[in-house]
Design a protein around this ligand. Structure first.
Ligand SMILES: *[C@@H]1O[C@H](CO)[C@@H](O)[C@H](O)[C@H]1NC(C)=O
Ligand SMILES: *[C@@H]1O[C@H](CO)[C@@H](O)[C@H](O)[C@H]1NC(C)=O
Ligand SMILES: *[C@@H]1O[C@H](CO)[C@@H](O)[C@H](O)[C@H]1NC(C)=O
Ligand SMILES: *[C@@H]1O[C@H](CO)[C@@H](O)[C@H](O)[C@H]1NC(C)=O
Length: 462
């Protein structure tokens, strides 16, 4: 927090410097006079208040939208520096742990992060939201209401995921158990994707969540700009059908279903981003050969009507080798660049790297290596941002407040324990916030502000 103040002051100094630079450079063109004034006003406004620089005025609290391959809010770019904390709803459900939810948002906001991805599902487990098909625990729903309402207080937007591929918090396995309990004879967890009864369970869950009226704010979820986007599922895989047809069909039906109920919010699928059978020329970028056989197909999955942006996860340690190896950093770069290129050339949409991280349990791990991973991801995003590319942001896996060590799977980042990592996160937030605030979509990333932006984005001392 102390470091933060110093950073802001040096940021203001730098801005004043670069403002003069750009005035001189543009001074000889009458045509630019008006634009220049606009720039200056814009910058002075920005400088008056850091919150405003981050687009935090209440009038600005509008829905995030997609414009070509960028996100926009109020017609201004919205590049994302954010994080994951999946357990917020469950923690909010108990008085004794509820404060941790506030702490997460408060700390994330102190390093400038503006988006959090979290679970809007907990199926049939301890503290379940959905106890059985279409039967909800009102106390847990109120806890989710609290998460949404608290996020807004800290000006953090939420990506809410609606189901899990994995067994944690229920997942597709729980839907299959429910189906069997209702008299079906299902043998594969992938029946979640194909069986009409299980599809109807999932669709009912979606409908319930989207139409929920928040008990803290009275705002219906589907009308709430605090929600950045809906995610169909966390990391869907359908290994029973490597052709990808089964999952593709599910994505088509569910993306349409969400949009029909809620045309205002953005939708993403939640896949990890593996290339599949539809693009054999791209499978070279996969981390391993198994990745082509899990029934997902990055480009095809994202060409579905209703899907607004692409999601990709990055886990060199779980996909290539748990032992930290020299190949990991180059993989991260090429994996990201390939998906950014796809999003530009074939999809015409932004791409969010919605989970990335490294586990402290990996052999060869140390915290400076983790910083290298994070810096590589951030730098790759910025390099795309700079060109007006599709790289729209990234979300750390995962961000925890103090005193939640029991939840740590090895990937947790706790600010108080990681001053150098905090600095890196802060710097990325500041760079993206400046970019969001100084440019607007009319710039087309080719305007006179471009040079100024480049200077700002690439000063290390910022
Ligand atoms: C359930 O399905 C399995 C395999 O699909 C089949 O062998 C079995 O006879 C079925 N059981 C019932 C009660 O229908
Ligand atoms: C929500 O609506 C109820 C009933 O109309 C009202 O009593 C309450 O004050 C409202 N709360 C907020 C936060 O607007
Ligand atoms: C940290 O880990 C990386 C990757 O294993 C290694 O290359 C580096 O030498 C380590 N640095 C320190 C200070 O131990
Ligand atoms: C981003 O671009 C800069 C300047 O071209 C380059 O030095 C850097 O290596 C790039 N970063 C990544 C991660 O590709």
């Amino acid at each position: 927090m102390e470091r933060f103040g110093v950073r802001i002051i040096s940021l203001i100094l730098l801005l004043m410097l670069t403002k003069n630079l750009s005035s001189n450079a543009l001074g000889d063109s009458m045509k630019d006079e008006e634009g220049l004034k606009e720039d200056q006003n814009e910058m002075e406004n920005s400088l008056s208040n850091y919150d405003e620089m981050r687009g935090m005025k209440d009038d600005d609290w509008q829905m995030v939208q997609k414009k070509g391959n960028h996100f926009v809010v109020n017609d201004k770019p919205f590049y994302v520096n954010g994080f994951n904390t999946y357990w917020l709803m469950v923690f909010a459900a108990d008085e004794s742990t509820r404060g941790k939810v506030t702490e997460v948002f408060k700390q994330a906001s102190s390093v400038g992060m503006t988006v959090c991805r979290t679970w809007a599902f907990n199926d049939g487990q301890w503290r379940a939201l959905q106890k059985s098909p279409s039967v909800y625990d009102e106390e847990v729903f109120k806890a989710l209401d609290f998460v949404v309402s608290e996020a807004k207080k800290y000006k953090i937007r939420l990506i809410l995921s609606l189901a899990n591929n994995w067994e944690a918090y229920g997942g597709k396995a729980q839907y299959v158990k429910w189906g069997n309990a209702a008299g079906l004879n299902l043998t594969s967890d992938d029946d979640f994707f194909s069986h009409p009864t299980l599809r109807s369970y999932y669709k009912a869950h979606v409908k319930t969540v989207l139409n929920r009226v928040n008990t803290f704010t009275n705002i219906t979820y589907k009308e709430d700009p605090t929600i950045f986007a809906w995610e169909l599922m966390n990391e869907p895989r359908c290994t029973s059908d490597p052709t990808g047809d089964k999952l593709q069909d599910w994505i088509q039906e569910m993306a349409f279903h969400v949009k029909k109920i809620d045309p205002k919010h953005l939708v993403e699928v939640g896949v990890e981003g593996f290339y599949g059978p539809s693009t054999p020329q791209r499978t070279q970028f996969n981390p391993n050969t198994y990745a082509t056989q899990v029934g997902t197909d990055f480009i095809r999955n994202h060409l579905v009507l209703g899907v607004d942006f692409a999601s990709v996860h990055i886990y060199a340690d779980s996909w290539i080798s748990q032992q930290i190896a020299d190949t990991h950093i180059p993989f991260i770069k090429s994996w990201m660049e390939a998906h950014i290129e796809d999003a530009e050339k074939y999809l015409g949409m932004p791409v969010v790297f919605a989970e990335f991280g490294v586990s402290s349990k990996d052999p060869g791990y140390n915290s400076s290596y983790r910083d290298t991973v994070i810096s590589t991801v951030y730098s790759t995003i910025l390099n795309s941002t700079k060109k007006g590319g599709s790289g729209a942001g990234s979300l750390l896996w995962q961000f925890f407040p103090d005193g939640t060590d029991n939840m740590d799977d090895g990937y947790a980042i706790v600010l108080s324990k990681s001053p150098s990592t905090s600095g890196i996160i802060q710097l990325q937030s500041t760079r993206l916030a400046l970019f969001n605030s100084l440019c607007n979509t009319k710039c087309n990333w080719g305007c006179k502000k471009k040079k100024l932006l480049e200077e700002i984005l690439y000063r290390d001392e910022l």
